[in-house]
Design a protein around this ligand. Structure first.
Ligand code: SF4
Ligand code: SF4
Length: 97
């Protein structure tokens, strides 16, 4: 039996529907981000929401792609990401499962 090919993160994200709110529901403390030795959020988020921008010295947040899994509340090295559910009617809808 041949192994099934692995889906890329982009293919998996295509199975999820989003209605982004007008502003981010994820707010990292940028002072903590600047001193953060791990930039852990760049690695544990399943939706690749966080990206450290060395030129701007800030964490960029693609909140529109958030799965609302809550992992970043625990996984942030300083536990300093402010996290809210998006306002009613906004956020993620899982189309499969
Ligand atoms: S893990 Fe937390 S403090 Fe570190 S870069 Fe990410 S959001 Fe900022
Ligand atoms: S809640 Fe989950 S999907 Fe959303 S930004 Fe945090 S880790 Fe990523």
């Amino acid at each position: 039996m041949s192994a099934q090919p692995q889906s890329t993160i982009e293919e998996k994200l295509f199975t999820v529907k989003y209605k982004p709110g007008p502003s981010s529901h994820l707010i990292p403390d940028q002072n903590d981000c600047q001193r953060c030795p791990t930039k852990a959020c760049n690695f544990f988020c399943p939706a690749n929401v966080y990206e450290w921008d060395a030129r701007q010295q800030k964490t960029l947040v693609a909140y529109e792609n958030c799965f609302e899994c809550g992992a970043c509340r625990l996984g942030c090295t300083y536990q300093s990401i402010e996290w809210f559910y998006p306002d009613d009617g906004h956020g993620v809808t899982f189309k499969l499962g």
